[in-house]
Ligand binder design. Structure first.
Ligand code: UGA
Length: 444
């Protein structure tokens, strides 16, 4: 039997990863990307973002011909039996909720070109109610004689683990309106279901609204865990306690779990902050804002970590920020990516720079994207080099190489031995042994 022909509409981070992984599973894949620069890169088998393993997988399947890219919706409509919508839903420029215009544009543009009995599957993170709207649009715009159906299948992949999370997810969620759609998704994802880490991957079959909400509530819950531990970190500081040991201890309770209890400078990226705000906004539109006011607190605690870090840096310097030389280790919102969207590291570096400090940033992968976002700061080519003549070193993104840095080499180049570990992963004692004043967040 010929492999299923599938399309990925939108080949940013999510779409490029999905497309490569579906080719890896043996499907014939056509990716649709309208940005000419991204399209050119993808056609050469290069990912538009840095993600371990993705370039290699894209290149392999582009070379074999199993994975192709186009900017033509017409071609996609003629080709695909199952179409995945992988478009971005960024925060709206007025700050109110998520902007679903790219998803809507894709449905409007694809629908008139659909052929056969296609299944259109939404993967984007959307405000609840969007899928029902898209299903109505699809019905309205699909040519007569074509039986198109919509399903919603949210994606839970984490940047830096995208390939593995796509091929071996914790669970699959199918928001469907018919048994036929469920059956097609089960068949399509059969290799993923079989690859489950502990037996078959669980599949939750549900309605559109639940599927949409699963995604935003999962991200909001993860954000809540982080803000909770960051609030506790401040209590630890004034009480003389250690938040890392505390998180270990409560994390052993498997009702709580240790993951996402890393206290530090807070969460960033293109998902957690945006989804939290969009969910709160949508709850307000639905008339239940009050019950979700908790999410506003989660966001506020997160924003507070950034200003708090700036104040701690100032306190450690013991002088005004103006003219102080500060080395910032890390620019990406987390290690393993070059994504600097809403990055705590860069936001803090930017604030220090704005308040007159001479900031030098080093990130192993995100130097280019950071420079594009904050061109007026200085950038170094290495961790030690960033620290030359520094009065203070800030560890803001926990790339493994910062843990492995040679303390003596850093000691030789700095003006003052002061270190703030904003991710609570460095061996502070080793730094103190070399004569440094070293501190974390929420630990002494
Ligand atoms: C997040 C979710 O974890 C994924 O499940 C989801 O699919 C994805 O959003 C999405 O919606 O697309 P991601 O944004 O890649 O994934 O990053 P996370 O690993 O969740 O980290 C988010 C932020 O929280 C980072 O800034 C990280 O440094 C911070 N974080 C994470 C902490 O401050 N403490 C922790 O213990 C863990």
């Amino acid at each position: 039997m010929a492999p299923v022909r599938t399309t990925t509409i939108g080949c940013g981070y999510l779409g490029a990863t999905h497309a490569a992984c579906m080719a890896e599973l043996g499907y014939d894949v056509l990716g649709v990307e309208v940005d000419p620069d991204k399209l050119a890169m993808l056609r050469e088998g290069r990912a538009p973002v840095y993600e371990a393993g993705l370039d290699e997988m894209l290149a392999r399947h582009v070379a074999s011909g199993r994975l192709r890219f186009t900017d033509s919706y017409e071609e996609a409509g003629a080709f695909g039996e199952i179409h995945f919508l992988c478009l971005g839903t960024p925060q709206r420029s007025d700050g109110l909720g998520a902007d679903t215009s790219q998803v809507e544009y894709a449905v409007r543009t694809l629908a008139p070109h659909l052929t056969g009995s296609p299944l259109v599957v939404g993967k984007s993170t959307v405000p609840v109610g969007t899928a029902a709207r898209m299903a109505a649009l699809l019905t309205e715009l699909t040519p007569s004689g074509v039986e198109a159906e919509l399903a919603w299948n949210p994606e839970f992949l984490r940047e830096a683990h995208g390939v593995d999370d796509t091929l071996r997810p914790d669970r699959l969620v199918f928001g469907v309106r018919s048994d036929a759609a469920e059956k097609r998704l089960r068949e399509f994802y059969a290799p993923v279901i079989d690859l489950g880490v502990n037996g078959a991957t669980p599949v939750v079959v549900t309605d559109y609204a639940t599927a949409e909400l699963v995604k935003v509530t999962a991200n909001s819950f993860l954000a809540t865990k982080i803000s909770f531990i960051n609030a506790v970190a401040e209590v630890c500081e004034v009480a003389g306690a250690d938040v890392v040991a505390l998180a270990d201890a409560i994390g052993y309770d498997d009702r709580i779990g240790r993951k996402m209890l890393g206290a530090g400078v807070g969460f960033g990226g293109g998902c957690l902050p945006k989804d939290l705000r969009a969910f709160q906004h949508r709850a307000g539109e639905l008339g239940v804002e009050d019950v979700m006011s908790l999410l506003g607190e989660v966001d506020a605690i997160n924003a507070h970590q950034r200003e708090r870090t700036v104040q701690i840096a100032k306190g450690m310097l013991g002088r005004s920020l103006r003219g102080a030389r500060i080395a910032v280790w890390g620019a990406a919102f987390k290690p393993g990516t070059d994504d600097v969207r809403d990055s705590p590291a860069l936001a803090i570096a930017g604030q220090l720079h704005l308040r007159g400090a001479q900031v030098t940033v080093f990130d192993p992968k995100a130097g280019r994207t950071a420079r594009a976002a904050y061109p007026t700061m200085s950038y170094a080519e290495g961790a030690v080099e960033a620290c030359r003549d520094a009065d203070l070193v800030l560890h803001m993104t926990e790339w493994p190489e910062f843990r492995e840095v040679d303390v003596d080499r850093v000691t030789e180049v700095v003006a003052h031995r002061r270190l703030l570990d904003g991710r609570n992963v460095l061996d502070l004692q080793a730094w103190r042994n070399a004569g440094w004043t070293a501190r974390g967040l929420g630990r002494l």
